[in-house]
Design a protein around this ligand. Structure first.
Ligand code: PNS
Length: 159
């Protein structure tokens, strides 16, 4: 069984994430989407439970994908869950330096390799932080996130 781990903050999940998760699901028997409990970034917009719930909703059509969460080191979670690989999306060269550094650190710590999937070009500008910013100021994010996420963003910023 080849199990892949797709880690991230997913605050919130975007169409770019779904692109990477669904393409990963074609190549591995099992995919665990691992949501970090406490993102290092500024306070998250959505709670861990909300981020997981949205991911469950938007991946429910993918039978070999499950949603979980982790705290601390990703490689410890990977070892505990029998994951053989970490899979990340690369949007642009600006992602590369940090992703390479993390991949090498994770390899050094655990022997687990990271595989990169190139983001589909239509999503290469997308990030959760920009989606949050656009939604906060009332911009239209309906082409960037699934409808259920757009609805939650709307509700969050209306409140
Ligand atoms: O969606 P993000 O915020 O870009 O995801 C970053 C994430 C969660 C994948 C990364 O910060 C991470 O793996 N954090 C876990 C802590 C860890 O294992 N650090 C050492 C890796 S070099």
């Amino acid at each position: 069984m080849a199990t892949a781990l797709c880690p991230g903050s997913f605050d919130p999940v975007t169409n770019g994430h779904i692109d990477i998760i669904s393409r990963t699901a074609r190549h591995f028997d099992d995919v665990i989407v691992a949501v970090i409990r406490n993102p290092q970034k500024a306070q998250s917009l959505f709670t861990l439970e909300e981020r997981q719930e949205m991911l469950r909703e938007v991946t429910s059509h993918l039978p070999n994908v499950r949603i979980d969460f982790f705290m601390g080191l990703l490689v410890e979670f990977a070892k505990d869950h029998g994951a053989n690989a970490i899979v990340k999306g690369l949007r642009a060269v600006s992602d590369f330096d940090y992703e390479l550094q993390m991949a090498q650190m994770n390899q050094q710590l655990s022997g687990i390799d990271t595989f990169f999937i190139s983001t589909s070009p239509q999503y290469s500008f997308l990030s959760s932080s920009l989606v949050r910013e656009v939604a906060k100021y009332g911009g239209d994010v309906s082409s960037m996130v699934p409808p259920t996420v757009a609805k939650r963003l709307d509700e969050r910023f209306k409140a």
